[in-house]
Design a protein around this ligand. Structure first.
Ligand SMILES: [Zn+2]
Length: 456
């Protein structure tokens, strides 16, 4: 299996190198903006959009022309890569994946990319890296770079410079460890696993919120673009970087642990983007519960649910596992024991009490159990080639195998007494369980909950 991996290090540039890097990043931004302006002009005149090759020709003209001779001082390849980025921005726009490309502003994501491995030299023993027109750069060698170097990206964040080295290497086909698990993402608990473990929220933003507010207020009192304003701005950016670093670290640790210990992970397909849309609404249609919603949005964005999913996806692929996203309907309101769906099941945020059969558990874990069951159902359907189930709990209408220990009306007598037959209690192995057992096992509460209580 081929694995692509990026290794990021902090650079330790000299003053000259820092100035050069700032200049190169600025040149890239200039080229991007000029090309975008050109495309917009051509569109207004009714001409065809220039392709990558056409833009590269223009770039050569700009580099050799009298207006912007300083462009020739920047390395060619990074400038061309900027044009590639613009092409991709347009492609994403036409495919309705993104908004129309916008002009880049100074001070936002300064970066440039060297795509040619032949021009890059990596000297790991001496902790240095050679890049065209920058020379040998020292970097903080925190771990070894594995594999063949494909390209290198230099970027600035919070006043520091970083290098990301993208590599490719052949690895053995990984064998996944452990069984299946469902994950419920929430606010009170960042992530709850169906086996009962949970990750407390980090809330790195909350921790630094007041410091950040103070720094921002101090910045607003300075004369814009003055020396003191620049210093205040640097302070704000440092705080943002620190918040991001803490979150990054936490998410990486959580996703690594989960993906190392599970072969199949089911997760809710939460529309994070919708949830974090402005709660205020528009002037014509003002939003409801603006304050409460914006608080919730802040919390969701702070914890990085989207990034969590992205990391789980690639980490599981590295470890040979699979990620299954299931639609997030009724996962918090369905009883894992009898399948009763009702909003009354969840009177409080933390507790889940089924109004029909009386099962009690932590609400987040019930959500995780339902996600796991929906994931199993989805997997079974994919194997069968049947239609996708619409939501968690809805396939309850389908006949359930009574001999597996669950009836449509309630839990079996064994379960009421707190004992289950050995056959059903068999631990959930890898993803390769027998297909007809999948459904029944995943809704089997005995394995997942010692704390569950049924009183019907
Ligand atoms: Zn119930």
């Amino acid at each position: 299996m081929q694995r692509r991996q990026a290794f990021q290090y902090e650079l330790m540039p000299t003053g000259d190198q820092q100035r050069l890097m700032r200049r190169f990043a600025g040149s890239c931004r200039f080229v991007f903006n000029k090309a975008l302006a050109l495309q917009k002009e051509r569109y207004a005149r009714g001409e065809q959009k220039l392709g990558y090759a056409g833009l590269c020709q223009r770039l050569t003209a700009w580099r050799n022309g009298p207006d912007t001779p300083w462009l020739a001082e920047a390395p060619t390849h990074p400038l061309q890569q900027t044009l590639k980025d613009l092409e991709r921005a347009y492609a994403n726009f036409f495919a309705k994946r993104a908004a129309f490309p916008r002009f880049k502003k100074k001070g936002q994501s300064a970066s440039f990319r060297y795509p040619d491995p032949k021009q890059i030299k990596l000297d790991q023993r001496n902790r240095r890296l050679f890049l065209p027109k920058l020379g040998w750069l020292r970097y903080r060698h925190s771990r070894d770079v594995l594999g063949e170097v494909k390209q290198v990206t230099v970027s600035a964040n919070g006043g520091k410079w970083f290098v990301s080295i993208q590599t490719e290497r052949e690895v053995e086909q990984p064998v996944p460890n452990g069984g299946a698990v469902g994950i419920d993402l929430g606010i009170a608990r960042f992530a709850t696993l169906s086996d009962g473990t949970f990750y407390a929220p980090l809330n790195s933003f909350k921790r630094y919120e007041s410091a950040l507010r103070k720094a921002q207020q101090a910045m607003s009192r300075k004369t814009k673009f003055s020396r003191n304003w620049q210093k205040a701005k640097a302070r704000v950016q440092r705080l943002h970087a620190r918040i991001g670093n803490a979150r990054h670290d936490y998410l990486h640790k959580a996703t690594t642990t989960i993906s190392q210990n599970h072969a199949l992970v089911c997760i809710e397909d939460l529309p994070v983007r919708n949830m974090s849309k402005s709660a205020a609404g528009t002037t014509e249609q003002p939003g409801k519960h603006v304050r409460a919603k914006s608080g919730l949005n802040k919390a969701i964005l702070d914890q990085g649910g989207f990034e969590f999913r992205r990391q789980l996806d690639y980490q599981l692929a590295w470890h040979g596992g699979h990620l299954i996203a299931v639609p997030a309907q009724n996962t918090s309101q369905t009883c894992p024991c009898c399948g009763h769906v009702s909003a009354d099941n969840r009177r409080t945020q933390a507790r889940f009490v089924c109004v029909q059969c009386g099962v009690e558990d932590n609400a987040d874990r019930v959500g995780a159990l339902n996600v796991l069951r929906a994931g199993h159902a989805r997997l079974a359907c994919e194997v069968n080639g049947a239609v996708m189930p619409t939501a968690a709990g809805t396939h309850r209408n389908a006949p359930i195998r009574l001999d597996a220990g669950l009836s449509a009306v309630g839990p079996p007598p064994d379960f009421r007494r707190g004992r289950m037959s050995k056959r059903i209690c068999a631990p959930l192995g890898a993803a390769r369980v027998r297909e007809d057992e999948r459904r029944t096992r995943s809704i089997n509460p005995s394995r997942h909950g010692a704390r569950m209580r049924c009183i019907s």
